[in-house]
Design a binder for this molecule. Sequence first.
Ligand code: ZN
Length: 318
Amino acid sequence: MRGYTELHRHLDVSMRLSTLLELAQERGLVPTSTSLAEFEKEFILREPMEDLGRVLAKFTLYQQVQDRPDVLERVAYEVACDAFAEGIHKIEFRYSPGFITDLSKLPWIDSLDGFDAGLKRAQAENPGLKTGLICIGSRDFGMASIEKTIEFYLKHDDRFIGFDLAGDEALYPNSLYWHAMKPVVASGANITIHAGEASGPDSVWSALEDLGAKRIGHGIRSVEDPELMDYLREKQILLEMCPTSNRITSAWPDYSTHPFRTCFEFGIPVSLNTDDPSIFGNRLSDEIGIAKNSMRMSDVQIRKSFDDANAHSFINEN
Ligand SMILES: [Zn+2]
């Protein structure tokens, strides 16, 4: 059986919930009396979010517990093993060194060493599993953090398979980063940019034209611009789509009209991804189920999207 390929999963918010609870309890952040079932009920986001404060508090917990290289190693190892057990043979993880070390003040290199070691151990124990790490610059952390991330990426680009910008694209448009991203583009890096999720087609155009993106994270709002749709098809730019994430963040609340199907039928390569599975409680099989049952796509169509994901993976080139 050919395994699945997943291209868009944030490793810093992907850990097993049982591990998150254990680490949070060890650090006194969650009462030891809290059961996994109670924690899951309270923590996992199942419905579109209304209270952004509650969501941000969840992100804080991930920053608080991932405070040592051995913790990051364990997290990466478990997540990669779980993915393989689910039938995913090739998986690209991404993480933001600025985000993950923000509270722990862990040296950035420790975050890379920890995650990298965990992925390597998972690969050694699961022949057939291929993983890779994409480095993320977090827009919300300011330009100095983006510049530091770019410097970090360029110094360690043999340990990453690509570079990404994530965070609030409406408040911090992609065009702001044209100058900062120049050395990344010049290095020939595989670039994917979160765009066209909270903002419209202009954000996708800017990711492609200003920032050298070879793929787009989300890109759902590309459907608003026929010229952009033509361009994406002509250039075969893959859009990494995350239906559950889009519903929960209210970026695209309705599965039946989700652009995954529209773009697929138009001839643009699209892939299914989980985005932040530890927060949304989703697995890749849930995204496949949504494509099948809510978007009414056939098994053959869904298989084609995974073939496209495999062909556009940055892991292939390393
Ligand atoms: Zn994402």
